[in-house]
Design a protein around this ligand. Structure first.
Ligand code: AMP
Length: 473
């Protein structure tokens, strides 16, 4: 099937041709004609499937087919994204695909000066790409009017909810015309019950587009797990990069501090490395990304939040240096490779502490990831699993829940048993001895709970801080 057969106008076909796209991707084939007809769409699309063009091409066509002749151009399309990087990328795609159409796009996000954005909005914008926090700042200052929005796009909606943007989104929705009076498009890599709730509220009889099975990873990504001890991960990573001559590797850590430390260590190993996370200024992050894209930086170490939305063409290798606390993050992470039909490799370095996290991921994917032990890097069987600091410990599912991300999966039988006050039952029916023992257990559990809660608070506040840094508060 060709792009011509999708019903796109000559200006868009020309721009697409110049990008070197020869045929539409599966989601483009399914969704573009529906969006052109004005349908609401709920698309459960994997990352890297070409979803940006799915909404960008038809919205450009719909706007240009129906020009307004106002003196001041009102915002007619609002595209919300969870991160600055994704906003910038979507904005760049709108510019690229719309280069032969007389439409104006603006990208607004936090962490940069607000005045140039105000000037741009004042001059008139047809298509606004924004992160929710900064957009609300503009609303507060009265520098943006959203009352004329005809098309609303929520991109990577699952991540927006994971990052706690639901309240901001609600506030913004209240400023738009009634949802019957606009077209609504919702894109999400994973498809949780929270997303369905949001979709129910937002979309009018949406067409459901699902190009890949729910919670699967992109085809073309080879996944492998290296079992290794925690204190030898850095050495193994340098060895893998060097011996395989990998030239462009995106590496994930769980924390900002961990990202910095690893970047310094790899640099000492002679690998040009940079780090990208919420403690870095917008300028430093842009530079790091540009260096990585151009090939000057061979290894980019990133946290989950900072890496969200990065689109680096043909990124061949993604490494999970530390496994993510939330299984869905694994899908997002490895979706950075194997984009748009290219081959990619996702390598996970898993120590004994992370076996539970790996199992959760395999359960989510409903598949077992091949495991490899490299000669010379065999894990020491005498090392016992320890709680993960600033991450999931043995009671980790409650931590995931605290982040608002684990809720969507039903708790396991073990979880439920653990959550029940076991001692109350035995105290009623069992002998005294059993009751005393279970009371001790209960006390111990309470102290574990207190410790887990403390860790949860610190993790939550660190994620919130990173989010604030990434989105300008
Ligand atoms: P996205 O899923 O929108 O982040 O897109 C992932 C990558 O696929 C981007 O680098 C796009 O430029 C590219 N892409 C989008 N559509 C096509 C297509 N039809 N053929 C080849 N590459 C594409």
């Amino acid at each position: 099937m060709s792009f011509e057969s999708l019903g796109l106008c000559a200006e868009l076909l020309r721009a697409v041709r110049e990008q070197g796209y020869t045929e539409p991707t599966p989601i483009q084939r399914k969704a573009i004609p529906l969006i052109l007809q004005g349908e609401d769409v709920l698309a459960a699309a994997q990352t890297g499937t070409g979803k940006t063009a799915v909404f960008t091409l038809p919205l450009l066509q719909r706007l240009s087919a129906n020009p307004l002749h106002h003196q001041r151009r009102p915002v007619r399309v609002l595209i919300l994204t969870p991160t600055r990087e994704l906003a910038a990328q979507v904005g760049a795609s709108v510019e690229t695909y719309g280069r032969y159409l007389p439409l104006k796009v603006a990208v607004i996000f936090g962490g940069v000066k607000i005045n140039p954005q105000i000037d741009q909005l004042r001059r008139g914008v047809d298509i606004l790409v924004a992160t929710p926090g900064r957009l609300l700042d503009h609303v507060g200052q009265g520098t943006v009017d959203l009352s004329q929005v005809e098309i609303l796009v929520l991109d990577e909606a699952d991540r927006m909810l994971d990052m706690g943007f639901i309240h901001d989104i609600r506030k913004l929705l209240a400023l738009l015309p009634d949802n019957n009076a606009r077209q609504n498009l919702l894109f999400s890599a994973t498809f949780s019950s929270e997303i369905k709730q949001l979709a129910n509220r937002l979309l009018n009889r949406p067409k459901l587009i699902e190009v890949a099975r729910r919670n699967t990873t992109a085809e073309g990504i080879a996944q492998v797990v290296y079992r290794v001890d925690k204190n030898r991960k850095r050495e193994l990573l340098s060895f893998l990069i060097g011996s395989n001559n990998w030239q462009q590797v995106l590496v994930f850590t769980r924390t900002k501090h961990g990202a910095n430390r690893l970047a310094q260590q790899l640099q000492k190993d002679g690998l040009s490395t940079d780090a990208i996370h919420g403690n870095k200024s917008q300028g430093a992050r842009t530079r790091a990304l540009a260096g990585f894209k151009s090939g000057n930086v061979r290894v980019l170490v990133a946290t989950d939040i900072a890496a969200r939305g990065l689109d680096i063409e043909q990124l061949p290798h993604v490494v999970n240096y530390e496994m993510p606390n939330v299984p869905e993050d694994y899908i997002h992470r490895i979706g950075r490779t194997g984009r748009a039909g290219n081959e990619g490799e996702a390598i996970s370095l898993v120590c004994v502490d992370e076996i539970g996290l790996l199992r959760d991921i395999e359960r989510l994917l409903n598949t077992e990831i091949p495991k490899v032990v490299l000669d010379g890097y065999e894990p020491d069987p005498s090392i016992r699993a320890e709680p993960i600091q600033n991450g999931r410990n043995s009671r980790g599912r409650s931590q995931s829940r605290e982040q608002g991300q684990g809720r969507r999966r039903g708790s396991t039988a073990d979880d439920r048993a653990d959550a029940r006050p076991k001692d109350s039952g035995s105290a009623r029916s069992g002998p005294q001895r059993s009751s005393a023992k279970s009371t001790t257990k209960h006390v111990r559990r309470k102290s574990n709970d207190a410790q887990a809660n403390k860790q949860n608070r610190s993790q939550r506040s660190s994620r919130q801080q990173e989010r604030a840094a990434l989105f300008g508060g």
